[in-house]
Design a protein around this ligand. Structure first.
Ligand SMILES: Cc1cc2nc3c(=O)[nH]c(=O)nc-3n(C[C@H](O)[C@H](O)[C@H](O)COP(=O)(O)O)c2cc1C
Length: 406
């Protein structure tokens, strides 16, 4: 078994190979949170680039809980023509496309919502995020209904499915964490209670959409935080999700406070990080499941990917940053023309020597460029790319707030 082999998902959908573009927040939506032409053009290129499946960036189910101003949103105010054009471009080159549905919870920027709804009042330990308000019973019901509403809009617009974001510290992920979820009602405490929100969302979405519509979940293998959602619990939650009829689970890790999802170099002084950093965690989850598993984070060499698949540790290989550095590398990796995915981030200094988020922001600048001009510009310096994104998001936030005032 290799990365070139097709995979049939439990709902009958066939993925033509094992390479998936993981979700990467594009920050390309307009001030009304609709997809732009740059967005649409970018997905057409990715679709033609050889991957079997594309997952959009974080797509909020609720306008007041954005992950940032440039998110496109799926709600009744969405421009359905633009959203349908995005779905069509994602499929135009032969890939399938899922929307990643999310609620940012306490990770909603303060400029957008100073009092976001979360699972508790435990505030993010970073500047720029307000004190959250714990959701009431009625609000949890509304949130679940919003996931369903967005999934149905995605289905009507022509997407092949949705991925429910239950990783990286957003609302569903924070509910899983005993460190953040301090509730004593039926939404907190025992693991079954902390998992309730993710499970109820999945159950309601699965029930509302066509059985052939893909429903996937992104889950942390661990939050990697003291007292947080840990690996043993992740294995149990994956089994609970499987019972609700998900088609595959994607494994990642960390959150805003502990950004382990996108590593590029170890802390200064220690050794270089290894490839596929969540693979060993994922293997334990994989052996507890019958449904396919996708692992994302640090895959770069074809031989590491092929070994991961042939040894049964994962079924799908998710990659993010390589798809920014070279929009069409997947076809060449699959054909054997190249043996490594682009790995530009390995040349950047260790994260602890850089401003917070610098490397991530450099990649965000490259996404915007790739959407607007058709290609990234890898000659842009790390500092310039970082600053350019900070400026881009500042302007996008100003435009969004102005549009909302009108
Ligand atoms: C610019 C950028 C934006 C990202 N946005 C999202 C997102 O919206 N949702 C998500 O689940 N993961 C997001 N990620 C994480 C990626 O999906 C992936 O898990 C991570 O980059 C590790 O994979 P890689 O080593 O192949 O890049 C983002 C990563 C990058 C670099």
């Amino acid at each position: 078994m290799t990365i070139s082999d097709p995979l049939i998902l439990p709902n009958g959908a066939t993925l033509k190979n094992r390479i998936v573009k993981s979700a990467m927040s594009e920050a390309l939506a307009d001030e009304y949170n609709n997809p732009t032409q740059a967005h649409i053009d970018l997905f057409a290129q990715w679709s033609a680039g050889g991957a079997a499946l594309l997952i959009t960036g974080n797509t909020p189910v609720d306008r007041v809980h954005l992950e940032h101003a440039g998110n496109f949103v799926l709600d009744p105010d969405s421009d359905i023509e633009r959203v349908s054009a995005l779905a069509a471009s994602g499929k135009s080159g032969g890939a399938k496309i899922l929307v990643q549905l999310a609620h940012a919870g306490r990770q909603t920027p303060e400029a957008i919502n100073a009092r976001p709804t979360s699972v508790s009042d435990v505030q993010l330990d970073l500047p720029g995020y307000g004190k959250p308000t714990p959701a009431s019973e009625a609000e949890f019901k509304e949130i679940i209904a919003k996931f369903v509403r967005s999934a149905k809009i995605a289905e009507d617009a022509g997407f092949d499915g949705v991925e429910i974001h239950a990783a990286h510290g957003y609302l569903l992920s924070s509910a899983l964490s005993p460190r953040i979820n301090t509730r004593t009602d039926r939404w907190g405490g025992a693991l079954e209670n902390r998992a309730r929100l993710a499970l109820e969302v999945v159950k309601a979405v699965r029930h509302a959409v066509d059985p052939r519509f893909i429903v996937a979940v992104k889950l942390n293998s661990s939050d990697f935080q003291k007292g947080g959602f840990d690996h043993a619990e992740a294995v149990q939650v994956a089994v609970m999700l499987e019972a609700e009829g998900v088609d595959f689970i994607e494994i990642s890790g960390g959150n805003f406070e502990e950004p382990t999802a996108y590593q590029h170099a170890s802390k200064s002084g220690s050794t270089q990080i290894r490839e596929a950093y969540f693979l060993d965690y994922a293997a334990a989850i994989k052996s507890a499941l019958a449904i396919p598993l996708m692992v994302t984070g640090g895959f770069r060499s074809a031989n590491v990917m092929n070994d991961a698949i042939s040894s049964g540790k994962t079924d799908l290989i998710g990659m993010g940053r390589p798809f920014i550095a070279d929009l069409g590398f997947a076809a060449r990796l699959l054909s054997g023309e190249i043996t490594k995915a682009p790995f530009v981030e390995q040349n950047f200094p260790p994260a602890d020597t850089l401003p917070r988020g610098a490397v991530l922001n450099w990649f965000c600048t490259q996404i915007a460029l790739a959407g607007k001009t058709g290609a990234p510009d890898l000659t842009i310096s790390l500092v310039d790319g970082h600053k350019s994104y900070l400026n881009q998001i500042k302007l996008a936030t100003e435009r969004l707030l102005e549009a909302r005032r009108d």
